[in-house]
Design a protein around this ligand. Structure first.
Ligand SMILES: [Zn+2]
Length: 260
């Protein structure tokens, strides 16, 4: 079953965006999402996808048995595409909403397990755990470290944010950390790829013309290469070959990373 491209909303980190987009734009993956939608749609008597704003309500409304079947299917797909557990929400949101947002994918996550009462009637301590997934970077771990420290301090003494009873926790980032190259960004490449190749809403020439017409730089300037020399970094006057190469590179990425 052919489905519309799955949207990625609010994810600007090139690494996270790439991890997700190469999956969502994979034809085999899209086929699987399409058939799951059809299946669940019939079982629920509901048109899928539903708007992302209704997702939480929807979760509350479904029966436990149905949901455990859903999770089984998600686990099965993860196995087929060799995806770790942090892709679970990406798959669920793809099926039910056709849209994935920044809450759905992470390389490290701080989890808190709060038990209200144990069998003896005592209030047990909250349990913290940190889940780390393949491809995790310094930047992800450093963020989790910050969250964890904050939680520990909060628990140790809610009124004094820097309580000394909290065990010291140190963080040593990798030396020579380099940002990943992102020009033109993967986000832009995917947009162009979807516009020209998947949705075919515009030809390559029309797309390039539109970019030039809508360029936010309002002084007279040439193509983007010249504009950059003048420091006009917002220029969108990409030449045709740059856009074409960028689309080709994106297609190559899709072929290379997922061979299922
Ligand atoms: Zn321009």
């Amino acid at each position: 079953m052919k489905i519309e491209p799955i949207e990625i909303v609010g994810i600007v980190d090139p690494k996270l965006f790439t991890d997700i987009s190469i999956l969502l734009d994979n034809d085999n993956f899209k086929d699987r999402i399409g058939s799951l939608r059809q299946e669940f749609s019939e079982q629920l008597n509901l048109v899928l996808p539903i708007p992302i704003a209704q997702y939480l309500e929807f979760l509350k409304s479904v029966k436990t048995e149905f949901w455990s079947r859903v999770l089984d299917r998600v686990t099965y797909i993860r196995g087929n595409f060799l995806l770790t557990k942090n892709y679970e929400d990406v798959i669920l949101k793809s099926v039910f909403c056709g849209e994935v947002d920044s809450e759905d994918y992470f390389l490290a996550k701080l989890k808190v397990k709060i038990d209200s009462l144990d069998p003896n009637g005592d209030i047990p301590d909250d349990q913290y755990s940190i889940a780390i997934f393949p491809g995790v970077r310094d930047v992800d771990l450093s963020e989790i470290n910050k969250q964890f420290q904050k939680e520990l301090h909060k628990r140790a003494n809610p009124s004094k944010p820097t309580d000394e009873n909290v065990a010291d926790y140190s963080w040593s980032p990798q030396l020579n950390f380099r940002d990943e190259p992102s020009k033109p960004t993967i986000i832009q490449s995917r947009n162009w790829y979807l516009t020209v190749k998947v949705n075919r809403t515009k030809s390559l020439v029309e797309l390039v013309d539109d970019l030039t017409i809508n360029c936010p730089v309002d002084m007279e300037h040439g193509k983007r290469k010249e504009a950059l020399k003048l420091g006009l970094v917002n220029c969108q006057c990409f030449d045709e070959s740059t856009v074409r190469k960028s689309i080709v590179a994106y297609e190559k990425l899709l072929r290379k990373k997922l061979l299922t």
